[in-house]
Each structure stands twice: as C-alpha cells, then as structure tokens.
Write a new protein. Sequence first.
Length: 361
Amino acid sequence: MIGRRAFTLGLGSSLLAAAPLGRALADRRKPIREMPYIPFEQVPNHRALMRRMIGQISAYCRRHAPQLAILVRDAPELVVKGKREWQWQIWNDPAADKAGTITPIGSIDRDYLALIDGLLIDGMFSGADRYGEPTSADRHALLLAAAKGARVEGKTVLSIEYGPGPEMADAILRQSKTDGFLTWINRLGDEQLARIPKEIPAGENAGHIASLTAARNFLVMLAAEGFKSREDWVAALCDTNYDLLVLDAFWNDLVPLTYADIARLKQKKTGARRLVLADLPLGRARESAYYWKPEWRADDPSWLVARDPAQAGHWLVSYWDKGWEAVVGAHIQAAVKLGFDGFLLDQADSYLLFEDMMPID
C-alpha cells in the first residue's frame, strides 16, 4: 500500500488469490524473516487466523456497543478465496474435498463479511502500486472483486484513489457511483494520509450522519506530524464538514485524544453530527506507540516476530498470540470509553508476510 508497506512483501501470496485471472505466479520475494523448514501439516491457515481475530473484535463490539461500526482496510484475500487457502484446505481435509464441501477459488466469504460493516480499499483503480499510476490489472481485479462481493452483502465500500489525472479521476468517480462505492480522490501527493485537503468535501451536506451508509464523503488521517499540538490538530479537523473521519487515536503516536476531543470532532463545522472512527492496527506493532517498551526484541515478547523493512519502526506480530490480543483489546476498550463510533481495522493483510515465510507449494 502507498506509504504503508511494500507490495513486494507478500506479492506471491497476493497473486495466488488472483489465480482465477489466469496469471502465472510471480517468484516469491525474500521473506521478512528466514525460518527453518516447516512441514506442511504444521503450517496454519493465516487468513483464517486473521478472520478469527476480526471475529473476536466484532463479537466484543456488538456485545458491549452494538452501534459501533467496523471497517477493514484492504485484505481482499479475506473476502475473495485465493488458490493458497483453497489448496491448504484440500490438503488438510481430503474428505471435505472428496465430498465437494470446500468452496472454490474466487468464492466470496459471506460469513466473514457478516462480521464487519464495510471495507476501506486503497488504490482500487489508481495508486496501489505507485502514486499517480493506474493500479496493476491483477491487483485491480482482486480489489474490485472484494469490493463488489462486499456490496452484494450490503456492506459499505470506501476507496481512496491516489493521484489519478483528471480524465481518469472522472472515470473512477463514474464507475464508483455505478458500483455503489464512496470514493475520495487523493490529489495531495499525500501517501501517508497526513494532510487535510484545502477544498471542500465532495458531496458536502448539512445533514446528520448516524450510519456509514448515510455518509457522502470521508477523510482518513492517520498521521498528524504537521500540527504543533493535539489541540491544533483537533481544531483543524473540527473546521471541516466531512461526514466521516477516520483517525489515529493518538497525536504523534503518544498523546491520546480525549473524550472532549472526540465529542468536538463528532460535530461538523455546520454543527451537524458525523461519525469518527479510530484506526486500529492488527498486524503491526510500532516502536513509537504508547505500549512499546525499549527492551523488546524479536521473540521477546513472544508475539514480536521481526522488523518490517518496508516501514521504519514497525514490527510484524503474531496476531493470534494471546499477548498481542491483550494489547489490541486494551486499545479497543480505551477507544470505546473515549466515545469513538467504531474502528478501522488496519494492516489486516499481515497474513501475506507469514505466507511468504511458510510456503506450502
């Protein structure tokens, strides 16, 4: 993803999911961490483990605050079944394969979609591979299949398109309207989602927004280093009329937003109600985060796997580990108390990196 990770990590697994398109698999890239040989029967289904984690978050939210909205950023392989997962199931359960109960490649996982309220997709048409350039055919097809599968199940689909030219942007907006996607054209040259556009939001309206389906525009802002203080950042956001804000719950990773901040942010400049969602990374730990301890190293704690070479200060985590689940759980509980309207489950596609480390073919 633009500014978030290199697609070279996990590229082989991504193309596995796109196998129905008839493209040959790319050579695997160097894995994020070298691992000893692991027998096939000991390799877990990392996609199923991520779905389980998302299911646990969904169950908690619906039990304690049913109104909370849950979006997942990218991770299309959780929606559209790929060759690797299909192959893993066949090899692990030959009886099910013989009985014909294993769903085919390209099928939509409706049970997974039932856990969430929608998807946020980066670069479905433009910028997934390089800012301002059309997304590769394979990646576009996979993202579009996931988005359309989600829409069929009544889910909200948001897309951020990075730097398309005017002609392409117009075509994207027309197609998005036809398909029922809510699209933001990012023309800021902003790969990190760290700036507020100067222009007014597309579809700006004075209406109250009580659900994702009512939103006519949105802003995702996951970094705020350009603001001198948390107060300046909040004030700048309050001076906008976006229907939906998706934010990091911390200014500069360390200074948390307050209950009063969230209450202010829930009002558009017009005074109308809007939704405010908290970004919740599932597959990475950050050295700059409030929970980080300077003595931590790979395998200590047990869920810390390896540095991510594509993101300075970020570490891949064993997201199914109870220790990491406790870190995420504490973040969720704090965000709920602050009054956020829901979560963007970010970096959910970390399964691709584990798949590179544990090939099955």
